[in-house]
Design a binder for this molecule. Structure first.
Ligand code: GTP
Ligand code: MG
Length: 313
């Protein structure tokens, strides 16, 4: 818990994030009154560390303009504000504007019309409110992944988003979390032809996991044991959408297609054709599995796991 508490952003930092959101929204709304700026990613899903960058998404209906044109115009609009290092990255897979706000000291990335990310941010935040063990579990897993260099998608390891989903899956398997997408929907949106529906009245689910008394440390050990020894990498896809593992066969994820190797399969909860493990390759899958085994061993045998587990790679 003390490791978790050392990583949580302060109230002051959270109010600075809100201040930056308000400043940028005002600036952008002058030019585009019908647009809306959303916080997403770790600064809004409740799994963000202190001092992390802010992810923002501009929702805008400009049918005549391409995403790249919107990004270029956005960068132009932002030049009117007191902001630094404004850069339009138009060639990235997801085009963004980057900037730094000298007022709050915060840096942020703004993307355009990536509403699925806004919706999955809400899903993760809703899950974090059901059982108070999820948030520290995911913080510690993310901290471990960053320390051990297995949180680098461009090097074939997993995104923070994927790790949080792996934690939710594990807690669903322990009956500590329900499966919100299998319950009667109270929240319903369609984004780019993906239906996003689930039960979001999570205050009514307080105490859901109470019959399982496992402590945070036992769950952390269980999480690593699951990924080291119990998960069937050959046959299974984890799916928080269904609350269990489903078969690779069913999704036709049994072989390499293009760049997607499907060596570790993590279904996106809304974009179900999307494997969050697609970045993992023949080399990094072994690095990853060795790290899971190392972590499980440390939690089993090491007298000082709180140090060894996070030793820099
Ligand atoms: P840190 O920045 O490491 O603290 O974590 P983060 O939660 O911001 O994670 P990350 O940078 O991996 O992703 C930012 C957000 O983008 C996530 O919270 C998701 O909402 C979204 N996202 C990331 N990767 C994917 C992906 O592969 N598919 C989809 N649909 N959304 C993604
Ligand atoms: Mg982020």
């Amino acid at each position: 818990m003390s490791i978790f508490e050392s990583l949580v952003p302060s109230d002051e930092e959270i109010s600075k994030q809100k201040q930056l959101l308000a400043t940028l929204s005002r600036l952008i709304n002058k030019e585009w009154p019908n647009s809306k700026l959303y916080l997403y990613g770790s600064c809004a899903n409740s799994f963000g560390f202190s001092n992390s960058d802010i992810d923002l998404c501009l929702s805008i209906d400009e049918k005549e303009m391409s995403k790249v044109d919107i990004i270029l115009k956005l960068a132009h609009i932002l030049h009117a504000g007191n902001l630094r290092n404004i850069q339009a990255l138009t060639r990235a897979r997801v085009p963004i504007v980057k900037l730094m706000d000298p007022n709050t000291g915060l840096s942020c990335d703004i993307c355009v019309n990536n509403l699925l990310a806004v919706v999955n941010t809400k899903l993760l935040r809703d899950y974090s409110q059901i059982d108070k063990r999820l948030r520290p579990l995911a913080f510690i897993v993310k901290h471990w992944a960053k320390s051990r260099c297995v949180n680098e998608t461009y090097q074939g390891t997993l995104s923070s988003y994927a790790y949080v989903i792996m934690c939710i899956h594990y807690l669903q398997s322990q009956r500590i979390l329900p499966c919100l997408q299998e319950m009667e929907p109270t929240y319903y949106v369609t984004v780019d032809n993906n239906i996003c529906a689930y039960f979001d009245q999570v205050d009514k689910l307080n105490g859901f996991g109470a019959q399982c008394k496992d402590t945070l440390s036992r769950l952390l050990w269980g999480f690593f044991r699951y990924w080291a020894y119990a998960h069937n990498y050959t046959k299974d896809v984890i799916s928080i959408r269904t609350g269990r593992s489903i078969s690779k066969n069913m999704k036709d994820w049994t072989r390499r297609i293009g760049n997607d190797r499907h060596l570790i399969c993590i279904e996106d909860p809304f974009e179900t054709s999307h494997d969050l493990g697609r970045v993992v390759d023949n080399r990094s899958i072994w690095a990853l599995r060795e790290e899971f085994e190392r972590a499980a061993e440390i939690l089993h045998l090491d007298p000082n796991p709180n140090i060894t587990l996070f030793e820099p790679y």
